[in-house]
Design a binder for this molecule. Structure first.
Ligand code: 13P
Ligand code: SF4
Length: 333
């Protein structure tokens, strides 16, 4: 299936006007009960969406939930590859994404035809792909990973095992640095949000707030990672801020996570790290922010748009994701 074809369509959501007197929170909750539906929300969603989500988490947690839920309908408040992963893990369920055009620049940086050639050129390599990929890339993958389990999963493989790591070059080189592995071929993809944080501006900000700790996602560029007091996945950054004793943090990841950081540590201050280009508003993922309460309401009401994948793709793409969930369980993640 050509997943990217969604992005060519003009509208990826149900564009029905919602009367002013409709209380979206109440109506979404009513529809969820009536239809035995659950909303899975990623930490990068807006605060209102996080608050109505039945399950909130990073991409690892949400894929674990998607594999186990007994709900009849899954509404995925996140980006397309996440909803696709839920469909692959629960093919018998109706999986809805409130806006099909909520894509991912990182997933787009790994086109299947080029990636197939790359894997064919290195047939003796184990292919490890971040879940931030299309279903087609997953069919070419041996083990999927998320930013939470990528490092422990790579560490769990024998040292002599050759690896292709895709698609994020910064996460790939972070893993290479942490493991000292020479035998890794890294695909040169990147996320437009995390690549945009400016090390120079973070240094300036640190001068104004000398007590603040810098925390960064491993999709950030190496200089930002080297400057950071802690590098980790979205949930790892959240855990760090709730356990650590600093009072101020400069956060180099998508700004949606600040809602939970403030909730868990209301006495602390969180400052979003500045992007290189101050006009781009880069700490927001414009794809994640395409999902709105109104779109969630309409998608639940009309049960559209649904994620559809052919059986062969589901079967092939399922193996590396299940492998990831199994290894994560073995590692207690
Ligand atoms: P997590 O694996 O931390 O959920 O990150 C997903 C993502 O899209 C990062 O940009
Ligand atoms: Fe993709 Fe980056 Fe948005 Fe995450 S933040 S969904 S990697 S574009």
């Amino acid at each position: 299936m050509d997943v990217n074809s969604f992005q060519k369509k003009e509208k990826g959501f149900i564009d029905e006007p919602v009367p002013r007197d409709v209380d979206l929170v109440e109506e979404i909750n009513r529809l969820k009960t009536e239809k035995k539906a659950v909303v899975l929300g990623h930490y990068y969603q807006t605060a209102d969406i996080q608050d109505i989500s039945d399950y909130l988490g990073d991409s690892l947690k949400l894929s674990q939930v998607a594999a186990e839920t007994d709900a009849e309908i899954i509404v995925f408040a996140g980006v397309h590859f996440m909803a696709e992963t839920a469909k692959i893990l629960s093919p018998g369920k109706k999986v809805i994404i409130p806006d099909k055009n909520a894509g991912c620049s990182l997933a787009d940086s790994c086109p299947p035809d080029e990636f197939r050639k790359f894997t064919q050129a290195h047939p003796d390599h184990t292919v490890i792909s971040y879940v931030n990929t299309t279903a087609e890339i997953k069919t070419l993958t041996d083990i999927c990973v998320t930013s939470t389990n990528a490092l422990p999963i790579v560490k769990s493989l024998p040292e002599e095992e050759k690896i292709i790591f895709a698609p994020d070059r910064h996460l790939g080189s972070y893993i290479q640095r942490m493991t000292g592995r020479e035998n890794m071929k890294i695909w040169q993809g990147a996320c437009h949000v995390h690549e945009e944080f400016s090390v120079e501006k973070i240094v300036e900000l640190k001068k104004q707030h000398p007590q603040a700790k810098v925390i960064a996602h491993p999709e950030c560029e190496k200089p930002v990672q080297l400057l950071a007091d802690h590098v980790g996945s979205t949930s790892s950054l959240l855990k760090f801020t709730s356990k650590d004793d600093a009072r101020q943090y400069i956060v180099a990841t998508e700004s949606g996570i600040l809602h939970q950081m403030k909730r868990e540590s209301p006495e602390k201050e969180f400052i979003v790290a500045p992007p290189k280009d101050s006009t781009c508003g880069c700490s927001d993922c414009n794809f994640m922010k395409m999902i709105t309460m109104k779109k969630i309401y309409n998608s639940l009401k009309y049960e559209k748009p649904v994620v559809e994948l052919d059986e062969e793709t589901i079967e092939k793409a399922r193996r590396p994701i299940v492998r990831m969930l199994e290894i994560s369980k073995e590692l207690g993640l």
